[in-house]
Design a protein around this ligand. Sequence first.
Ligand SMILES: Cc1cc2nc3c(=O)[nH]c(=O)nc-3n(C[C@H](O)[C@H](O)[C@H](O)COP(=O)(O)O)c2cc1C
Length: 174
Amino acid sequence: MDFQQLLINRRSIRRYTDEKIDPEHVKLILEAGLLSPTSKSSRAWQFVVVEDSDMLSRLADCKPAGAMPVAKCPLAVVVAVDTTSTDPWIEDGSVAASFMMLQAASLGLGSCWIQVRGRFTADNIPSEEYVQEALGMPETCIPVCILTFGHKDEDRKPQDLEKLKWENVHIGKF
Ligand SMILES: Cc1cc2nc3c(=O)[nH]c(=O)nc-3n(C[C@H](O)[C@H](O)[C@H](O)COP(=O)(O)O)c2cc1C
């Protein structure tokens, strides 16, 4: 599949079969994150790989809505960045997450970004702190998102090039 077809066909997948992801594919996904560019080449991201179902269920409680896919996926990667090492840490984490999702798509796997940064648990604890506590992470290392991965158990339509928001593109000046 050429790269544009990959982009058109990538959709957020929130339902996964029980099938485990091939460890070689897990490695490729992590390599994609480790290959991603960072400001001043800080490479200050930290990726926490979670496959344990109890921990996945616990992480799914990081916010009251929108984190359901974490409980039922075979693999989650928490994307965090050491904020003492880089200033544009949100950007660095986001680029790494995007690379991993695209690598997953190229392997035919589904993935979904679960927002952590700036969210709160049902008890009003910052979701970042909840995830840090669950995984024993240092407080300077802030989770941006949880990426869920797995074999697809839902069909999503490819994106439609006819519906792209070209009105958001400005040529020369706004
Ligand atoms: C920054 C960001 C945060 C997101 N947060 C969530 C989330 O918390 N839960 C979720 O199910 N999907 C989340 N998504 C997935 C979006 O809902 C999804 O990308 C959007 O609806 C477009 O659908 P598509 O990815 O299938 O093209 C997030 C995506 C991004 C880029």
